[in-house]
Write a protein that binds this ligand. Sequence first.
Ligand code: ISL
Length: 520
Amino acid sequence: MASVGPVEPWWESAVIYQIYPRSFSDGDGDGVGDLPGIRARLDHLVRLGVDAVWLSPFYRSPMKDFGYDISDHCGVDPVFGTLADADALIADCHAHGIRVLVDLVPGHTSDRHPWFEAARSSRDDPKRDWYIWRDSAPDGGPPNNWVAAFSPVPAWTFDDATGQWYLHQFLPEQPDLNWANPEVEEAMHDVVRFWLDRGVDGFRIDVIHGIGKDPLLADDPPELAGLPHVPLNDRPETHPYIRRLRALLDSYPGERMMVGEVYLLDTALVAPYYGDGDELHLSFNFPPLYAPWDAERWRAQIEKTTSELDPIGAWPTWVLSNHDNPRHRTRYGSEARARAATLLLLGLRGTPFLYAGEELGLGDAEVPPERVVDPGGRDGCRAPIPWDPTHGHGWGDEAWLPFPPEAATHSVADQAADPHSTLGLYQRSIAARRASAALHAGDQRLLGSPPGTVGWLRSAGADRRIVVVNFTDAPVDLDGTEALAATDGWVVEVASDGQGEGARFGGRLGPDQAVWLRPG
Ligand code: ISL
């Protein structure tokens, strides 16, 4: 077959699905999700139509941060299964045409990792410099004013035995690695090789912008003192580390990739992490996740993302929910809005990341104080997935967290049988996106549309789609707007409430409704 031009790399047209292994599916009935549990549910992913999964950490961990505190990067925690289970999961995903990204946490380890246990054993230990140690400030306090994430405590903990402080941007049980030491970089490259050799297609890289540090460890500015240091850690030292990671991935056969968690809350600061096409393949961009359900705020986010990323040829990403933030169903306040947001997310130019459970329209669980387990207050969005309407929803006697509200009517089994369900909407829109080059690869141009709405045209050659989202709780007429003129005679391909699909578009959007339109 003759080629019609460059084919985009898989991660540009893909829909990527995040699995938080603890919360996805419980294979052994102990109330905690695991790798065999994921394997047993791959038919759900196939029916949903996603192209790749990103697995949050399943490595050996004391679980102070539920797996983001790793004590063995190359071993599977027994609660999740075995290395053989990981191999089998990777193989099964591939057999179903689903690529696999695993989480790489390069910035810190668990304090129980043998590297840190060696480092803290004595000032002379060969691994001492794998972490960041400093003497007390002249006043006897921590070396600088940096604050840790999760609770406003210093990002330094004093080690009585060796009389120095170690840096941790997160919990005291998550000491920061010292990337300025080439041995650390080499050790992390070994971890990357270990998983690439096992066949993974790439990595979601945790807090990648946080690995390079100011060699002077200067104080954060006084006006920001008291806020976590992590979203401020934007250092030139990090970029060569990312370039060398990229070179390592590129040295492997197959299209391996990395998506970085750049937790800098301005897209202009995120863009440089794509480098000159020689750093991250993709980067998360969180400002849109924090935008409320508001047309003007979303229009501004779309414009900003386009203006920052397009000129440097960087491919955007879009994400509404993950394991660190309240689900968008909960943030936006209704399932109707969450469903409109689905067509927003999947209709924008860029790679969408779904968070398991959003395809069911789930909101956050209400977690009573006695069941709170996460030091970061993120339990609600980590509630287990209800697989069926039975009491245990597929999780044995008691799952590790309470279920989301409406679990009894929002389970996978319920929704799979109902084409009008949110799951049905995700299936239809993912299939329509895959079938349309305009939607999964095309250009994007915002259209004039009434206040309270945002509309845009996607086009790839002759293939065109228009997306219009009504962010208000009243119906809106597109009469006399550029969006309506462009859609004259067009047909509703997908509607967030299922209304009018296949019929000619009448120029009117329902409350909190979004539509995808195609030429008639
Ligand atoms: O969770 C947050 C806000 O609620 C963020 O500040 C979060 O800490 C930031 O996005 C970094 O997150 C990543 O690294 C953390 C881990 O706890 C998160 O789960 C992970 O996504 C430390 O490894």
